[in-house]
Design a protein. Structure first.
Length: 123
């Protein structure tokens, strides 16, 4: 149970299988000024997911008891989905200071090329 869903068990749930490829590089530089360090990483990924597990809301069941959860939900398999995106991160460090930043872009589509996954955060 969580604040969004009161989960209904799914005895037919299958494990998901993922085939994914990644390509990436990293860059490091020491002593840009004095006693500092900079690094940057980039990764691109592309994959196919069989039997992807996602949460399907079940509004037709009404509101769960107790008022804690907003609605019923159930983990269900999506036959096939494709996922692709990239991650980029950088970090700058001195003896007294450390600054880092990162960004990720992720897209997941089912086999009909419609966006899927209500539980995957939009990034």
């Amino acid at each position: 149970m969580n604040i969004h869903y009161y989960y209904i068990p799914n005895p037919d749930l299958k494990p998901e299988t993922v085939k994914e490829y990644e390509l990436g590089f990293s860059f490091k530089k020491e002593q840009i000024f004095t006693d500092d360090h900079f690094d940057m990483k980039f990764i691109y990924f592309n994959g196919k997911i069989e039997d992807m597990i996602d949460v399907k809301p079940l509004p037709h069941l009404g509101v769960p008891p107790g008022g804690f959860s907003q609605q019923y939900g159930q983990h269900q398999n999506i036959d096939q989905a494709k996922r692709h995106g990239f991650e980029i991160s950088s970090n700058y460090q001195t003896e007294d200071f450390d600054f880092g930043a990162s960004f990720e872009r992720l897209r997941i589509y089912n086999k009909r090329r419609t966006k899927t996954s209500i539980t995957t955060p939009k990034s």
